[in-house]
Design a protein. Structure first.
Lengths: 235, 234
């Protein structure tokens, strides 16, 4: 962290109450451009809600989420949601919604599929693909949009190790092209492999934010230390 | 008992011989019911999807109303359409009472709630599944309406077929607004009612057999398409 990168997104005193439960509790977080952030924390800490709130799917009950400049966003969910059409048509649909004119849609969609290794099955119905293929397709769909920031909510939670490795490879390539990555995971090995920095949240607040190479050996907060030792009581 | 068998034999004879009167009634019936199913789908499918995806005041009340309309007494529908289309009625100038067009209007009124209510259920399930993803992609609710309709197209085919079945099997409203005029507005159901009351059981039975056959064939077709789509599209 030689020079401070420009601020992209700022969440200030964000609380989110969902169904009477306080999922985020006065959380503040500033995201700079160009990093890969992995959000860690025990179940129920508010990781998924945090990502959805930053992405704009959930409105904060109190507090603000402000973008310092317009940034195209995309999100990949734990369970990929595919439309009942071909793999290619799923990517084309996202591009159509984004306002891209027709001739470029197919070109861009095809190249996105090729980059995640799905060129061969571009015309297969998306919903009959395997879980790993569907998640790669979800990444291709997000990638094709050329997002400035990509949120990923436990993208490999239901995948086997082979498929997980594929997904991690794709995430790394997307990050290498300058897309800001913000993801959650329960896989600490994955966090180590992908993260520049770790944001650890507990009970709806940020406990600490530490460079990844330091976090796993010297976490700053007690909650994170306990979490890493596997001692944190899981709600 | 013997009478039923005798009638059945005569009925089969009529069907096999493609009796011209029988054929005319059957074709008119299918033709009008098809038009009503198409009109009902054109109105009911977007209506159902709009209610499923939409967020507006009175949405719940609209769903309750729609479900209540499923049990609409068809004779009352016939009466209302009759009043609307009669010479003195607001739509009297069209002069379509006691014509096939009047039958299609009455059938459509009966088909729309069925198609809309079933389509609402189907597309709402899809919307619940897609909502986060589509919102993430920046899809507006209005844009989501054609998306969920297209994505549930195979299930909706069954819905439209249910509408067709409703139209084809309708008696009361069709009798009131069509008048059961021989060669003009006599369809399968009204012919069955008439022939039965006249005592011409073979013709009534032949029509009944065909009516059931048509409804069965259409539902089998729709079922087959759904099965195929589940295998090929997931």
């Amino acid at each position: 962290m030689a020079e401070p990168a420009p601020v992209m997104l700022e969440a200030r005193d964000v609380s989110v109450v969902l169904g009477g439960v306080r999922a985020l509790d006065g959380l503040s977080l500033t995201l700079e451009a160009g990093l890969r952030t992995v959000v860690l924390g025990p179940n129920g800490a508010g990781k998924s809600v945090l990502l959805r709130t930053l992405h704009g799917l959930i409105a904060p009950t109190t507090g603000t989420v402000s973008w310092h400049r317009p940034v195209r966003q995309a999100m990949v969910f734990q369970r990929p949601v595919m439309l009942r059409r071909s793999a290619l048509a799923n990517v084309r649909y996202a591009l159509a919604v984004s306002g891209l004119p027709e001739p470029e849609r197919t070109t861009l969609a095809s190249s996105a599929l090729a980059r995640v290794g799905l060129a061969d099955i571009a015309y297969r119905p998306a919903r009959v693909l395997s879980g790993g293929e569907q998640q790669r397709l979800a990444l291709a769909r997000a990638w094709a949009l050329r997002p400035g920031i990509l949120f990923l909510d436990e993208p490999t939670a239901s995948l086997d190790p082979g498929a997980t490795a594929e997904i991690e490879r794709v995430i790394s390539s997307i990050a290498a092209e300058g897309t800001r990555i913000v993801m959650t995971t329960h896989n600490l090995g994955q966090a180590r492999r992908l993260a520049d920095e770790i944001v650890f949240i507990h009970a709806g607040r940020v406990s600490e934010r530490t460079a990844a190479d330091r976090f796993f050996d010297q976490p700053a907060s007690d909650e994170a230390r306990l979490f890493l030792q596997g001692e944190l009581p899981w709600k | 008992m013997f009478e039923i068998f005798a009638s059945f034999e005569v009925a089969l004879g009529l069907i096999k011989g493609a009796d011209p009167e029988l054929a005319r009634i059957v074709l008119l019936s299918l033709h009008l019911s098809l038009l009503a199913a198409i009109a009902g789908a054109a109105i009911g499918l977007p209506l159902g999807a709009l209610i499923a995806v939409g967020s507006f005041p009175g949405r719940r009340a609209l769903i309750v109303l729609l479900n209540a309309l499923l049990g609409l007494p068809s004779v009352v529908v016939g009466l209302v359409v009759y009043l609307l289309l009669s010479r003195a009625g607001p739509l009297g100038s069209f002069g379509i009472l006691f014509t096939p067009a009047a039958i299609v209007v009455a059938q459509t009124v009966l088909v729309v709630p069925i198609v809309a209510a079933l389509a609402r259920q189907t597309t709402e399930d899809a919307w619940n599944e897609y909502r986060e993803q589509l919102t993430s992609l920046g899809v507006s609710r209005m844009r989501a309406v054609p998306t969920v309709l297209w994505d549930t197209r195979f299930s909706l085919l069954t819905v439209v077929m249910a509408g067709f079945g409703r139209a084809a099997s309708e008696v009361g409203a069709v009798m009131v607004v069509g008048g059961n005029i021989d060669g003009v507005t006599r369809v399968m159901t009204t012919a069955i009612a008439l022939e039965t009351s006249k005592g011409d059981l073979p013709l009534a039975l032949a029509l009944g057999v065909i009516l059931i056959g048509v409804v069965l064939a259409i539902n089998a077709g729709a079922y087959g398409i759904r099965e195929w789509s589940a295998r090929h599209h997931g």
